[in-house]
Structure formats: structure tokens, C-alpha cells
Write a protein that binds this ligand. Sequence first.
Ligand code: OGA
Ligand code: NI
Length: 355
Amino acid sequence: MSLQAQPYIHLQQQIMYQKGVKHLCDNGLTHVPNKYILPEPERSQNLVVDGCIDLPVIDFAQLQGADRPQVLASISRACQEFGFFQLENHGIANETIGKMLDVCKRFFELPFEERQRYMSSDLYAPVRYGTSFNQNIDSVFCWRDFLKLSCHPMQDFASLWPSSPFDLREAVGDYSTKTRHLYQRVMEGILESLGVMNETAMSEEGNQLMMANWYPECPQPQLTLGLPPHSDYGLLTLLLQDQVEGLQVQHKDKWVTVKPIPNSFVVNIGDQFEIFSNGRYKSVVHRVAVNSMRSRLSVASLHSLHINRNVTPSAKLIDESNPRVYRDTSFADFLDYLSSSNFKSKRFLESRKLY
Ligand code: OGA
Ligand code: NI
């Protein structure tokens, strides 16, 4: 190969990576390209706890019944200790869940040209197909493609969602409405467990985003990650995962793998809620490992305050012995952080600390 040819090939490869991991794999792959290889200390096999820790499991039906006080106490412990819990018996039919997973899988299986119609480098786009974590700035890419759909208010967005597969709009409409209702009940429980019911800011109509993540099977999974360590920006995330392991939660400087429970949700506290709770409930760092045997699908329903709204600590959780931990924080602060050089070297929440 001549020296002149190399920059051209390099450019071709960069364009290829922007098209996503699914596209890369469909063209045949026996090793992980350099673009996806993480430095040794950041790889997925490091510091993983073998088996012995499970996330707390909360029974939603019990939360709605006579055992509510005990369940609230379990929620409180889970949110302080892990920032995560699994939620079962939540009342959303298996059929609704199955349809959502199935339709998302069929979206990722569409020909590339069809998926490409929704590609955009605009972080604000209400419908966006993309790859990696933030493909505009990631130096090492992660092994994931995603479809992001704004869901609330639904009448503003439903006509923008992909029209193929033919049943996607119906499945997303049904699923997002039901997860939104479930979110409201779970949020009521979380607020009650903190002793701060009737917080008007929290019961306002906020934002709901659906993030479908596709992690293709990977020929050398130990070299890369599906998602890098991050915390979720919003108030609360309701995550649906298929039966393939991959999600890992940071716990005491190690990583705990979340065992999938069929038809249940993984619920986690986001940065906005940690700020609101003045640090009582934790927005915990998590990441996704990939594997060589099976592709993996997850769907995160991300709930946050309205974009124009500041998050501020609850007055009920602040006194002389519990001073404010964080500055008031807006969505604009988060976007500034995403495009700043601090990104990845420092967590967003750290950048909002008062001392
Ligand atoms: C996310 C996320 C985990 C997963 O979308 O923010 O952490 O298992 N997803 O896909
Ligand atoms: Ni996340």
C-alpha cells in the first residue's frame, strides 16, 4: 500500500464506524477494530464480582397493598445502597413487553438504508438512530447502536417515529404510555420512602425518552464495552433487558452483573433525583459488557424533569446538619458538560457539587 493511500483508507474506516456496529458486523468481522479497543484498565473483565451479590427485588403489587411500609423501607435501602433495584409484579402485561422487545429487534434488523434515514448528529433530534455513546466526540467507540425516541407528549412525536416495522408506532405508543404510568406510581413510592410526598415539581409533566440499545455479538468481547461507565442524567430510568446478561452496576469499587429476571424492570436513580434528594439516593455508575455468543437488546425508558426546569434539593431534606450538596442544575448545564473537555474524566454530578 502506498503512503498516499493510507489517509484515504482511514477516512473510509471512520465513515464505516459512524454507520454503527450492526452494519460493521453485517459485513463480516473476526476481530474488534482498533477504534473499539479500550485501554487495558477500562476493559469489562476488570473487578467484576463473581455472582454473590444480587440487586434488591421490589414487588410492585406488595407496594400497592397492606405491606406498603415494609416495601417502602426496602426501596429506601436499595436507593441508598445500590441506586438500583429490580421491579417485578408491575402489572404491565408480558405481551406488551414482548411486543416492544420484538419490534425493536426487527427495527435493528431492517436493511441499513432504512435505519440510516433516522441518523443524525444532532443531540436534540426527537428521533435519532446512532452508535457508540456520543459518536460526535468518542475517541474509542463502544459496541452499541441505538434508536432514541422522544415520547412525551406523545401527540407531538408519534408521527416522527419510524414507520417501519409497520407496527413500531403502535407498540411504542402502548409501551411508553404504560411505562409512564408505572413510572408515576414508582416515583410516588420513592418520594414517600424519602418522606417528601406532595413535592409539586416532581409530579409535573416531565420528559420521557425511549432508548432502544442493540449490542451485536462481539468476536473479542473482553477488549471493548457496550456502554462505558456512566450515570443516567434524569430522575429515574426503567430498563427492560432481554435474557442476555450485560448490565453491570458499580458497587463498592467493583462491578456487579445484573441478572435478567424475565418481564421485570431494572429501576435506577438518575442524577436529577440524586440532586433533588440532596445526595440521599444515589445515581450510580453502570456500564454494559458485550459477549461473543449472543446479541443483546435493552430498552431504557428515561424520565426526567421538563427541559426548562431547574432541579433543586428538596427543602425538607436540608437543615444545619444536612447542608446542600449540589448547585441548582438545568438541562443546559448538562449539555454544556457533555460538550466540555471534562466529559468522561469527571462525572456530571461531581461538577455540580458545592464543596
Ligand atoms: C442506558 C443504559 C443499560 C443496558 O441506556 O443508559 O445504561 O443494559 N443501558 O442497556
Ligand atoms: Ni444508563
